[in-house]
Design a protein around this ligand. Structure first.
Ligand SMILES: [Zn+2]
Length: 157
């Protein structure tokens, strides 16, 4: 059986925070505010994977009230999510994602992000598609105040 799940995440951006996306630090003067490293791409991928497997959402498994997740790499959430999928005998077929951010350009960082995400999930980088968009200068993302990601995961069991 093939199943799909969607994921979405948004974080505010603030000075003095590292901009971590897909497990990779992108040089920039602002980064996401969050309990963990605020990695919108990793968080949205977690939610898509958990959704496809019918396993709830990231907040259920990795609550931001839990001190063990403070400041951790969100790649850990993906590693743990992969274990949940294994326990339910789900295989990851494909992941697709859009990261929405006004600046900086993400394209040059996609190969490293796909590599990092693939390693955490035990899949090939070929199974992960990443795309980037700006918000055309509109809204909080367009003003550089936030970053968001939309994702879809396809699993088989
Ligand atoms: Zn998040």
């Amino acid at each position: 059986m093939t199943r799909s799940g969607i994921g979405y995440d948004l974080h505010r951006l603030a000075p003095g925070r590292k901009l971590i996306i897909g497990g990779v630090e992108v040089p920039f003067d602002k980064g996401p505010v969050g309990h963990s490293d605020g990695d919108v791409l990793a968080h949205a991928l977690c939610d898509a994977l958990l959704g496809a497997a019918g396993l709830g959402d990231i907040g259920t498994h990795f609550p931001d009230s839990d001190p063990q997740w403070k400041g951790v790499s969100s790649l850990l959430f993906l590693e743990q999510t992969r274990k949940f999928l294994d326990a339910k005998h789900f295989n990851i077929i494909h992941l697709d994602a859009i990261v929405i951010l006004e600046r900086p350009k993400l394209g040059p960082h996609f190969p490293a992000m796909r590599q990092a995400l693939a390693l955490s999930l035990g899949v090939s980088p070929d199974q992960i598609s990443l795309k980037a968009k700006t918000n055309e200068g509109t809204g909080e993302i367009g003003r550089g105040e936030a970053i968001a990601a939309h994702t879809i995961a396809t699993l088989e069991s």
